[in-house]
Design a protein around this ligand. Structure first.
Ligand code: S3P
Length: 437
């Protein structure tokens, strides 16, 4: 895919449904009794992998162009699949599914593609083992494939070393099958969609600040009666982020993104864009199924550097590649720290962001857990076009497409089809905002 400067981005766009919420809706819909109808489901490769896993465990899932209907069979209604379950490229599928499988009385193996098979699974092996699940990394490297033999589990208290919603959600799912309540604490609050949705299905979940440690905590009660429900999935703020960044950077742009989820555990991109001087208005705020949605209007703005770390990181973890692009086109220095998790995403994102931004002429330093980016204002031509290999990482492909819009000369994104992992139609939506339908 070749990206060139093409003039301002203008108009309105509804980005596809939230990936995290779509995964969870299929999973909880399968474990609930009765029908769950999901509107706005994200039909991306990652979420289709989740659907495939649950179909293979006997759940009937009907797809129409407007909605998805899951015929849930209750907490103990899954059946043993023939052969291994394949999570493809999806860390969310793998880790949350593992928590569900920990409560089943049949053995299962989860496998995935090459990138997923390099990602760390010790973070779920440890707590699930403590709960009494037999879970083993087949190659002994704490990575996929994982062999899981679940059954009756014990409720535990788990102080997670990482602020990871996948880890928290994995344990929360296993907690449904435990003999006592389970409490999970984390260093910073990660996205809370599982907690909100579990409550919506009838689960008993309490979120609080742990009085001993001051850490965000959640307690999940076992054996709830989950009932099917209707879910409307908001637009994915992680997908909206590419257009927020593009509209800020390309002179003369004004873009409205409608129906975007702005849950406060996900809205770091808005906070950082504003801190960098971005003109952003949020209107028509409404709440559905516990999730807050709004229309976001972004106008091209001169940006300046900022500091990003600590509790802010989990609220924008997937947006850091495109934030780094914004920082390269902002006056002054941006420091990103406490973001070591980026090294264990679909790729080592810190290394690849640094390498690609340097190839485009940016001045930056890669640190162990972040980046120091010495930016230049967008009107001083901070980037030049380059050939970018995203290494199959969807978020890098989209972030560097945005960099290409701000760069002098053409940028070629190799293997651009990898955007289908979270945003099929990304390039068509971008073209529509540039007046090219
Ligand atoms: C996700 C959690 C985050 C995020 C991922 C989706 C989720 O991962 O990066 O894209 O849906 O729970 P971690 O839990 O590893 O931080």
């Amino acid at each position: 895919m070749i990206i060139k400067q093409q003039g301002p981005l203008r108009g309105a766009l509804r980005v596809p449904g939230d990936k995290s919420i779509s995964h969870r809706a299929v999973m909880l819909g399968s474990l609930a009794e009765g029908e769950t109808r999901i509107r706005g489901f994200l039909k991306s490769a990652d979420c289709l992998a989740t659907i495939d896993c649950f179909r293979r465990m006997g759940i009937s899932i009907e797809e129409t162009c407007r909605e998805l209907t899951i015929h849930g069979k209750g907490l103990r209604g899954l059946s043993a699949p023939a052969g291994a379950l394949n999570a493809m490229n999806s860390g969310t599928t793998t880790r949350i599914l593992a928590g569900i499988l920990a409560g089943q009385d049949f053995p299962v193996t989860i496998e995935g593609d090459e990138s997923l098979s390099r990602r760390p699974m010790k973070r779920i092996i440890d707590p699930l083992s403590r709960m009494g699940c037999r879970i083993e990394s087949v190659n002994g490297n704490n990575c996929l494939p994982l062999k899981i033999k679940g059954g009756r589990l014990s409720g535990i208290r788990y102080d997670s070393p990482v602020a990871s919603a996948q880890v928290k959600s994995c344990i929360a799912m296993a907690a449904l099958y435990a003999d006592a309540p389970t409490t999970i604490t984390e260093p910073y609050l990660s996205r809370n969609h599982t907690e909100l949705m579990l409550r919506g299905f009838g689960g008993e979940v309490t979120s609080f600040t742990d009085p001993e440690t001051g850490r965000p905590a959640v307690t999940v009660m076992p054996e709830p009666h989950l009932s099917g429900c209707d879910i409307t999935v908001p637009g994915d703020i992680s997908s909206a982020a590419y257009f927020i960044a593009a509209a800020l950077l390309v002179p003369g742009s004004e873009v409205t993104l409608t129906g975007v989820g702005i849950n406060s555990t996900r809205d770091g991109i808005l906070r950082v864009s504003r801190a960098m001087g971005g003109r952003i208005t949020v209107e028509n705020v409404r709440t559905e199924g516990g999730e807050t949605t709004a229309d976001i209007t972004v106008s091209a703005s001169p940006l300046h550097g900022t500091e990003i770390g600590g509790a802010l990181i989990p609220t924008l973890i997937d947006e850091l590649p495109v934030i780094a692009v914004m920082a390269a086109c902002a006056e002054g220095t941006t420091v990103i720290k406490d973001a070591g998790e980026l090294r264990v995403k679909e790729s080592d994102r810190l290394a690849l962001i640094a390498g690609h931004l340097k190839a485009m002429g940016a001045d930056l330093t890669e640190t162990e857990d972040g980046l120091i980016i010495r930016g230049k204002p967008a009107d001083s031509h901070p980037l030049r076009g380059a050939v970018i290999d995203p290494h199959g990482d969807h978020r890098l492909a989209m972030a560097f497409a945005v960099a290409g819009l701000a760069a002098d000369g053409p940028t070629e994104i190799l293997d651009a089809g990898c955007v289908d992992i979270s945003y099929p139609g990304f390039f068509a939506d971008l073209a529509s905002l540039q007046g090219r339908f």
